[in-house]
Design a binder for this molecule. Sequence first.
Ligand SMILES: Cc1cc2nc3c(=O)[nH]c(=O)nc-3n(C[C@H](O)[C@H](O)[C@H](O)COP(=O)(O)OP(=O)(O)OC[C@H]3O[C@@H](n4cnc5c(N)ncnc54)[C@H](O)[C@@H]3O)c2cc1C
Length: 393
Amino acid sequence: MTVKKAVVAGAGIGGLVTAIGLRRAGVDVTVFERRTEPGRLLTGGGFMLWHNAFLALRRLELDEQVGAVSSEIFFHEFGSDQGRMLARWEIAPESHRIRAPAVALRRSDLNALLLEEAGDSVVMGTRCTGFEQDPEGVTVLLDDGSAERADVLIGADGMRSVVREALRHGHDLPPRYAGYTAWQAIAPLADETAVPGGTFFNLWGRNGLRFLYCRLNENEVYWDAITADRTSTAFDMLRKNKRAVMSGAYAAWPDPVPRIIEATPDEAILPVDIADRPPGRELAWGHGRVVLVGDAAHPMTLNLSQGAGQAIEDGVALSGQLVRESDVGAAIAGYEAVRRRRVDAMVRNAYRIGTLGKWRGDAACWARDLVMRACFGTLAKRGTYRVMMDFTP
Ligand SMILES: Cc1cc2nc3c(=O)[nH]c(=O)nc-3n(C[C@H](O)[C@H](O)[C@H](O)COP(=O)(O)OP(=O)(O)OC[C@H]3O[C@@H](n4cnc5c(N)ncnc54)[C@H](O)[C@@H]3O)c2cc1C
């Protein structure tokens, strides 16, 4: 191992997992996070982690801790906006076969756990602004005017990564807007008869609307309302009154959808425009002593619930390569070689699924329901598991 000192830009999931992997191997790591205090990181809604994310967390012996703050998923149920079940995946046998669960959890719980594990390596309130590298090392530039020298810089600074921008010398294409917005929230809803635990519900409707929800614990339900562009433009103008507009859009949807929205405080609803980067146009994830992980490298749409899972896999794979290889360049090349094909497939599949969700008309959505009923329980499940479990960190 030649890496003695590493700098990570960004204390999101990808950055923290990479930092933890390196620290465990004795590397001196500093993580710079632009946000000012840990509390400000601990926002955001719920989250799903599939089996592969759990297997990756197990490499760092974090799986049991994450499991302890999670709720296991036993079924993934697809339905229509008219209350018809389209498919139901039994997850428990897969968890048994793979020996790792699929779970739902609060994003803030995962962040808190990883932050604690990363310990005093995290410096809050410091933004990376760029870097300069030479054959001996990399100098990371910080917004307070200071700089930090390291053997490697890991850009884990998310979708609009500054490290990525500097790697591309300012000539990067912007992320691709997928044509829909996800309105995510956690609702205080204790009624287990309305939303039973253990099932992830995935409802597809007309007019480019979808609604996903899942019980997080006995008191809370997390949800994402996904609205295709025309509707979200109307919503955007009314962001101050999000719950009322959501209630209107989903009023005719089957119970418990209107009830979940009604139970949610307006300020808990957080809209995010969904974007990715198409793999075909991608350049390398690293150059010299600088490398990207997670959304900085390969943002994907939320349709496979895999963005964070892939950031975790990246962190485990990259820290492993940096520890094993005697040359930083070879480690970065090795990391991309094991990760690229798998992640590209995820990005493409997630984008395709999202395109189906934008359909509006009755006839098109009726045909989509028919296809989902015919093949989502079998072919789509097999395909998803094949992509998901093709896993070599
Ligand atoms: C609505 C929605 C639902 C989702 N659901 C799921 C799901 O169920 N399962 C799943 O696996 N994934 C899901 N995802 C995807 C997942 O959220 C992301 O892929 C994941 O958060 C990426 O982690 P990251 O660490 O790469 O980036 P981020 O989480 O974006 O973290 C980047 C960090 O870097 C910091 N930062 C930014 N710039 C700088 C800088 N210049 N210097 C220092 N720090 C900086 C930021 O403050 C942030 O803390 C979802 C995404 C959305 C939008």
